[in-house]
Design a protein around this ligand. Structure first.
Ligand SMILES: *Cc1c(COP(=O)(O)O)cnc(C)c1O
Length: 363
């Protein structure tokens, strides 16, 4: 290969994103609890809309997503003109990085923040700046201290993945108010729907011109396989992102399923209440087995073990029983395992298995 054909600066710094595993060699009855997917799947309305979309596969989709933006706006009380839709919220995050950061600029996120933030910083040649958290909770003071005149983007997920913790509205407001001129605060609300009554940060977007919110259909809506997300910001930022958005980024099927999903509030309600109930149950069951976790606001818990070796051994023990959870050493949490809240039988299976592991039952 010619030495002169080289990628842009930063690209070779990227460590490939690791998705959650879904198979165990030699085990058939597998439960996947590694990707924070909705155990009940997509709602019936979304599935039906997806099926109906098969009749129009030869037609180009709308480029403006007007119907989906209207449905999201009506559901969340937001201005549809200030919504942008993407191929997952990952694409919206990518558009933000592409539009606002480049070589010489700094992109700030936290030590246990979502993996995409660092990847995106490198992808656009910007400098990633990783900030300490306080006991697995976003530390606003530390973020503000890390900001410089070169800071362009500050990414925080609230609730955060993989910690499950979140910070309150006053903290978010203090962060937004303290950012340097020219820096945009991105509130990643991938798990917002799991927090009863939470707006994902929309009020902060309304209150200031330096806050942006992203949301997804991949988690509570159970549509991770279809790849739909959206963002909400000032008209200025939305207009910028629309210049770099591919005109046909969302397919007809994605748009149709998402519209149906937004309006299927019963599916969201049921998913949220079952998640809350089983999350509390699982956290307590694990605590009784000597495995603590922080109070989670999302659809997973972060189980803490004595050290990295014990976490890895427990992961292997679970895997042998067909239970796939997530190692999070890549998030600077080598002594932890992230466990998605599955349906009730899955939660019982994982609690039972961890109990056996802690009791010294041989693998
Ligand atoms: C799952 C997740 C996303 C969602 O990504 P999509 O591209 O919308 O599937 C975004 N942010 C965080 C923190 C997540 O955990």
């Amino acid at each position: 290969m010619s030495q002169s054909i080289t990628p842009q600066p930063g690209i070779m710094e990227i460590a490939l994103y690791q998705g959650g595993a879904s198979k165990v060699e030699g085990v058939s009855d597998v439960v996947k609890l590694s990707s924070n997917e909705n155990p009940y799947g997509a709602g019936d309305a979304a599935k039906e809309a997806f099926r109906r979309a098969s009749h129009d596969l030869h037609r180009y989709p709308n480029t403006d997503h007007a119907e989906l933006r209207a449905a999201i706006g009506a559901r969340h009380g937001l201005d549809p003109n200030r919504i942008i839709c993407g191929v997952g919220s990952d694409e919206v995050l990518q558009m933000l990085a592409q539009a606002y950061a480049g070589p010489g600029d700094e992109v700030v996120f936290t030590e246990h923040g979502f993996a995409m933030y660092k990847i995106l910083a490198h992808a656009v040649g910007a400098t990633p700046v990783e900030v300490k958290e306080r006991e697995r909770v976003t530390d606003v003071e530390a973020i503000l201290a890390a900001c410089t005149p070169r800071t362009r983007l500050v990414f925080i997920a609230n609730p955060n993945n993989p910690t499950g913790t979140m910070i309150g509205g006053n903290e978010v407001a203090r962060l937004a108010a303290g950012l340097p001129e020219g820096a945009l605060l991105v509130l990643d609300g991938a798990y917002a729907e799991y927090v009863e009554g939470f707006d994902g940060g929309a009020a902060h977007v309304e209150a200031r011109d330096n806050v942006f919110m992203t949301r997804t259909f991949s988690k509570i809506y159970g549509l991770g396989g279809l790849r739909i997300g959206w963002g909400y910001g000032t008209q200025e930022v939305i207009d910028v992102l629309n210049r770099i958005r591919q005109p046909f980024n969302l397919s007809t099927a994605q748009i149709a399923a998402a519209v149906a999903a937004v309006n299927d509030t019963a599916h969201v309600e049921r998913s949220r209440s079952e998640n809350s109930r089983l999350r509390a149950w699982l956290a307590e069951a694990l605590a009784e087995h000597g495995v603590p976790s922080d109070t989670s606001c999302a659809n997973f818990i972060l189980a803490r073990f004595a050290d990295a070796d014990e976490a890895a051994a427990c992961d292997a023990f679970l895997k042998a029983r067909g239970l796939i959870v997530r190692q999070v050493a890549g998030y600077n949490l080598p002594h932890c395992l992230r466990i998605t809240i599955g349906d009730e039988p899955s939660c019982r299976r994982v609690a039972h298995a961890i109990g056996q592991f802690k009791a010294g039952v041989p693998a």
